[in-house]
Design a protein around this ligand. Sequence first.
Ligand SMILES: [Zn+2]
Length: 254
Amino acid sequence: MSIHKTHALVIKTFDFRETSLITTFYTQEHGKIQGLLKGIRTEPDKFASTLEPFSHNEIIFYKKRDTDLHLVSGCELRDNFSFLRNDMYKFGQASFMMELLGALSAIEDKNEAMFNLTIECLSLMDKNNVYDRIPTIYKIKALSLSGFKPHLNSCVSCNDKITSQSKFSNHLGGLLCPRCFKKDIHAGWIFRGTIATILYIEKNDLSADLRLGLNPQIKRELDGILNSFIEYHLEKKFKSQRVIPFLENTLEKV
Ligand SMILES: [Zn+2]
């Protein structure tokens, strides 16, 4: 058994017996881990955090070799992202980002770039009002960092360079050239601007990505393609994603 201290984001928590919690964290130094917080319900003062979803904490845990569930002995809140938490739309987007992070990550597979990207995006959404593009950028960069990114540099079927209009195949995970359209009858048209935007965001750093102009038509197509790609390949329906269109409609009417 070894003891570790690390920065950690809360992906989700659930009650364990009447006194304790099991929390899934995304940590800076160990990737996704599961921690048991014994007695947090009966002795809340033992832990200096209430472990809200997507809060940033510093935790101390004992790592055991024979199990994926580690004992968390200390937890201190670093940032609760309180502005983000008080805005329903931002809260929905941050919840989706954590669900995606959890689904993209294998247990104890360290990815510090992924941790840094997630903290940076949450902080920007917390402090900045120009946040509408951050979740879209996050999806593209998180897919790329986890190795799940769509194949966009050439045709996913024949590998030829794409020079004309192309379609996007969820099933095959990338673009199809006109000769290969028949490989997936469900593939849909995709704007060249959408492809160029994804490639630009993958390649550049977050500050350059935030300066990129995104017209509403491209952003809509981008979100539609990314969401169905993510759900198809991760074989998961995202709970938080279902409420976001409702929140968007509500906000447009305000
Ligand atoms: Zn082809």
